[in-house]
Write a protein that binds this ligand. Structure first.
Ligand code: FUL
Length: 748
């Protein structure tokens, strides 16, 4: 357990009165913090929690839903994630910087605010700070006359977007870092420049990552002084995540908690704890902290029952569209797909969090085409899904209501109006007769958080075949809850709120239809003669269109009706398109032909069949994702493959492709050995290679192990890749069996 120190900035200025057990607890609407009197009962604590609400700046921040980071600095040019602070300013030289392109791309993707890394840990300033020489002013960019902060701020102003600044307190360049009062003054000077010269700043993002200065000393930050400068110069700016307004969700994976309370114990604002749980090493793009911030629930009844104070401290999910935070050309093919971005959206915005997506500009000073394309497709998907609310025009009734807060107000497409159950109710049922029979599979709920977060448990039911059937269920709602479930067609639904801290409220309630999906079966495969491939969609109102030449399918492509037979290597691409024109994501499967025979001693895991054993020798290599259908995966076991080349072949090199992605528990094997045989009975070793064990998490890597030997003939090749074994101590999965992923084996 980490040490919980109370850093109750949010408790300053508290107005609250508590007058004993029998007197009703006075509410505290509009206040984003509350103290818990020592004598408070559990029931009273729950009521206090339900009345904590966001501050106006927290509310406007939450309503943005989707914001972006632009990570850009010397690292972009040195190909690093964390600079040393010793980089020469001359390395910073974008050739074609267009901040408008960054901001316009973000705006088109539905992003409302962008945050620029004005200074990252290397200390290089993207603005010509008067307080350091380590900045754009000494770089070749615009002959030292450039100011990237200004360019982004102006693009935001022009395009009606909000602007935020990331300023790393940790500075590996400045000599004063570690001499605490001197560096605090330096940092405050730089902060003052940023907050005075670039118009309105809506968010100041302080990083938790922190190390020693060049002098080996640890800096003691004067957070209170930093915060008061922000409050004075930019009173509307929220301070994240080493700050009192916005809480880091606790992981950089893009996936928030299913149960996410915005009201948490005030101790969650401890900057020491946030720092201890922040990223500790460079390049660990998807760091998942081991501390308290990763726990599944930060604000349930049992958690708040021992708190001394409570604060409104909403969660922000930060994640990069690429494996790293900064641009690296080697990651151009690892940009998150539109489908993954959509999944992240459902798991962040849809889980009472705000999504902060990093899109790093490249060395030209532009957002890369691949990032722009995937963002655009992702946005189109969100727009298509939420274009039609199938509750529009429904007749709604509730079993209770508070004053004029009637049920109709939660389906009127107006977030400012809301339904509330009667004051003494902690459960409620909303009945809906839809305007006809509708097909849907997405639920959207929003509480009126202006008066607090209350709902603890709910279930959505549909009237199907004469009975109420559960469609989906959940715990917290908060600002927004989105859940996908199996497609259903009905004209009657009801929402039952089973548990709530106070009378529940809803400002929005929607049912939507997800994009139509297409499935190609098998997902991918290698074959010897021919193979039968089928396609299907989950949407009864959609048809499947496909191509066999690798081109993108659309409604003019081949219309699928019956399974097709392939006799040569083919890239099948398929898409489901609904009658209303909405189309899903394109699926692509390569079916490859191999003239060899192969047998595996240990069966691969059914989830990672790599297109069947022949997939290991079909000439097509797996990508960076273990789930691309090409990798053959062994959980805890070795790969021992015997390949029958069907005739004697002369060769001098055998190569084995391997994947390592330690965050997904995939490790390179410890050793690869190769044997040859004429008859498939007697094998002779021709070489082996030992592979060094990984000692830290890194982005996914691929490796070809080449075993080279004097040319010789053989018909059978045996390849043995020895599983890494148990996951080492430094890893979260310590002691568990490691995965081994292989693809592709080639002969030369
Ligand atoms: C982390 C930093 O170390 C990364 O480089 C990145 O800026 C991320 C948003 O926060 O703590």
């Amino acid at each position: 357990m980490i040490n919980r120190k109370l850093f109750c900035l949010g408790l300053i200025g508290l107005v609250f009165s508590f007058s004993g057990c029998k007197t009703p607890v006075k509410t505290n609407l509009g206040h984003n913090s509350t103290l818990i009197p020592a004598a408070a009962s559990e029931e009273q604590i729950v009521k206090l929690a339900a009345n904590v609400a966001p501050s106006p700046r927290q509310l406007s921040w939450q309503e943005m839903e989707f914001t972006a980071f632009f990570h850009f600095t010397v690292n972009t040019f040195t190909d690093r994630e964390w600079g040393e602070g010793t980089e020469n300013e001359s390395v910073f030289n974008p050739t074609n910087l267009d901040a408008r392109q960054w901001v316009k791309t973000a705006k088109d993707a539905g992003i409302k605010l962008v945050i620029l890394t004005c200074k990252h840990h290397d200390g290089f300033c993207l603005w010509p700070s008067k307080f350091t020489e380590h900045s754009v002013k000494n770089s070749p960019y615009k002959n030292g006359k450039g100011d990237v902060v200004k360019e982004v701020a102006e693009a935001c102003k022009e395009l009606g977007m909000k602007f935020g600044v990331y300023v790393s307190p940790w500075d590996r360049h400045d000599k004063s870092y570690g001499d605490s009062p001197a560096y605090n003054l330096h940092f405050e000077n730089q902060l003052t420049e940023l907050l005075s010269n670039y118009g309105d700043i809506a968010e100041v993002w302080f990083d938790g990552a922190c190390g020693e200065g060049a002098n080996g000393k640890k800096q003691v930050y004067d957070w209170k002084s930093y915060y008061s400068i922000i409050r004075k110069l930019q009173p509307n700016a929220v301070i994240a995540v080493m700050g009192p307004d916005i809480r880091w969700v606790g992981t950089e994976s893009g996936y928030g908690r299913e149960t996410e309370w915005s009201v948490v114990p005030a101790s969650a604002q401890s900057v020491e704890d946030i720092s201890a749980n922040s990223q500790q090493k460079a390049g660990d793009g998807a760091f998942v902290p081991a501390g308290d911030m990763q726990v599944p629930d930060l604000g349930s009844r049992s958690v708040i029952s021992t708190a001394k104070g409570l604060v409104w401290y909403p969660s922000e999910v930060d994640v990069s569209i690429r494996p790293g935070w900064f641009y690296h050309a080697t990651e151009d093919l690892q940009v998150k797909s539109p489908e993954t971005l959509l999944d992240i959206y459902f798991s962040s915005v849809g889980r009472n969090s705000l999504l902060l997506l990093n899109i790093p500009p490249d060395r030209r000073g532009l957002l890369h085409e691949n990032d722009v394309r995937n963002l655009t497709l992702f946005r189109k998907a969100v727009d298509d899904i939420f274009a039609t609310n199938y509750l529009s025009g429904a007749k709604i009734s509730s079993d209770s209501q508070l004053g004029k807060q009637k049920a109709e107000l939660c389906i009127d497409n107006e977030i400012k109006t809301w339904w509330a159950a009667a004051a003494d109710k902690s459960t409620a049922t909303l009945d809906l007769q839809l305007a006809g029979t509708k097909t849907f599979n997405v639920l959207m709920l929003q509480e009126n958080i202006q008066i607090g977060q209350r709902i603890e448990q709910f279930v959505l039911e549909g009237w199907i075949n004469g009975t109420w059937q559960k469609l989906t269920e959940g715990t917290t709602v908060g600002y927004k809850r989105l859940i996908r479930f199996n497609t259903v067609t009905t004209d009657k639904v009801r929402l039952r709120i089973l548990k709530s801290r106070l009378n529940p409220t809803l400002s929005s309630f929607g049912l939507y239809l997800n994009l139509p999906e297409v499935k190609i079966t098998p997902q991918t495969a290698a074959f010897t003669d021919k193979i039968e491939v089928s396609m299907a969609t989950n949407d009864p109102n959609a048809s499947v269109y496909y191509t066999l030449d690798g081109s993108e399918p659309d409604s003019k492509s081949l219309l699928y009706s019956n399974p097709i037979t392939l006799e040569k290597q083919t890239n099948v691409k398929a898409v489901a398109i609904r009658k209303d024109g909405v189309q899903g994501f394109v699926r692509s499967s390569i079916f490859s032909k191999s003239k060899y025979g192969i047998s595996l001693k240990n069966a691969p895991d059914p989830k990672y069949m790599g297109g069947g054993p022949l997939g290991l020798v079909d000439g097509i290599k797996g990508g960076f994702s273990c789930a691309d259908g090409r990798w053959t995966g062994f959980n805890g076991t070795d790969m021992e493959a015997i390949i029958d080349l069907k005739e004697n072949v002369s060769m001098k090199n055998i190569s084995v492709g391997l994947l390592q992605d330690t965050k997904s528990w995939i490790f390179f094997p410890s050793k690869v050995e190769v044997f040859l045989s004429y008859d498939g009975i007697t094998y002779t070793s021709v070489g082996f290679e030992d592979i060094a064990a990984a000692s830290e998490n890194k982005s996914a890597e691929r490796k070809d192990v080449n075993i080279t030997f004097c040319a010789r003939e053989a018909r059978f090749v045996k390849v043995v890749a020895h599983n890494f074994g148990r996951i080492p101590q430094w890893h979260d999965g310590r002691g568990e069996p490691a995965w081994l992923m292989a693809d592709e084996i080639t002969f030369e």
